[in-house]
Design a protein around this ligand. Sequence first.
Ligand SMILES: Cc1cc2nc3c(=O)[nH]c(=O)nc-3n(C[C@H](O)[C@H](O)[C@H](O)COP(=O)(O)OP(=O)(O)OC[C@H]3O[C@@H](n4cnc5c(N)ncnc54)[C@H](O)[C@@H]3O)c2cc1C
Ligand code: SF4
Length: 338
Amino acid sequence: MAVIRDVMPSFQLLQPTSVDDAQKLLQQHGQDAWVLAGGLDSFDWLKDRIKRPKAVVDLSGIEELRGIRETSDGVEIGAMTTLTDVVRNPIVKQKYGLLAQAADVVASPQIRNQGTIGGNVSQDARCWYYRAGWPCYRAGGNICYADTPVGRNREHAILHAERCVAVNPSDSAPALIALDAKFVVRTPKGERVVDAEDYFVGPDINITRMTILEPGSLLTAIRIPSTWAGAQFYFEKVRDRNVWDFPLLNVASAMVVSGGNIERIRIAVNAAAARPLRLKGVEDAVRGKPANPATGEMAGKLAVQGAVPLTFNAYKIPLMRNLVKRAIGGVQEAAWAS
Ligand SMILES: Cc1cc2nc3c(=O)[nH]c(=O)nc-3n(C[C@H](O)[C@H](O)[C@H](O)COP(=O)(O)OP(=O)(O)OC[C@H]3O[C@@H](n4cnc5c(N)ncnc54)[C@H](O)[C@@H]3O)c2cc1C
Ligand code: SF4
């Protein structure tokens, strides 16, 4: 990491107190504006002088973006709700424990106290080269430094890579996909509600962004429908250091088992590709089958079909296979995991 001694470029700090005002400011400043939530990703970019916005729109004074409300059909979480508040919320814990589990293993307690759920799902890639300001594809250049025989790509993608091999590092994202959450986005043209899985984009759609958010847009809330309340959940994250670290891979599943058979299931993984992946093929293949080791084994193999390792991340293929296997077998894991 370079030692930086120059003065950080100044920016105009704008502190709206309503979503309407925030949006007006974002539209006014267009490409020159930066949305600031908890700042954990944002300040890295600004302090490293890699992103140099002229105006920073700080959402922390907008009360309507905070808090968790039970609705007639589930729960709505304001985008500026901290990860700690998500983890501690009694409704989330009781009915949507998958999200509480995922949010609880994000980084460290300090980061969860400051980091928001909206920021967690909107955070940028953590590829070393990109974060250090190298002019790669994702930064608008015409090369990928990670995808070379000597590139540092141990943490990178095994699926759906296209020019860029960086991964989405969010822990909460796959849990929200498994819970069939809807993301509420305010765009200059009005409000849009999108399925969690459609909030994220890969390099085939837009290599410079990880979400559908365009300049001038805001994520305002995340709605979790009651469809999966109280289902059988499984979340597992593998990381280098358990104290705090980004996922090397994670898996989240919501399952309803009846008479020993999988009646309904949603399953997603993250840190395998540039966007969190819902494993629709796996869901279709295991529906109606017994929730047992044989089904888990089959699901794990299916999940990694088409995976292509880079020089230093081949370990991710058996890792993903085993995480999916355990997510299907759930608590029975200890008896049959290999
Ligand atoms: C050392 C460290 C370790 C970490 N480890 C993990 C980990 O293990 N797992 C994990 O999941 N995360 C991890 N994170 C990420 C962290 O948890 C935060 O969730 C994340 O950085 C962003 O949240 P934030 O609220 O700080 O948002 P910010 O950093 O302020 O924003 C992040 C990005 O999202 C945009 N944004 C934020 N909110 C909105 C909104 N409402 N509408 C539109 N755009 C928005 C911002 O413009 C910015 O581009 C780690 C971060 C650090 C610094
Ligand atoms: S993996 Fe993506 S972000 Fe990293 S160097 Fe390659 S193009 Fe850039």
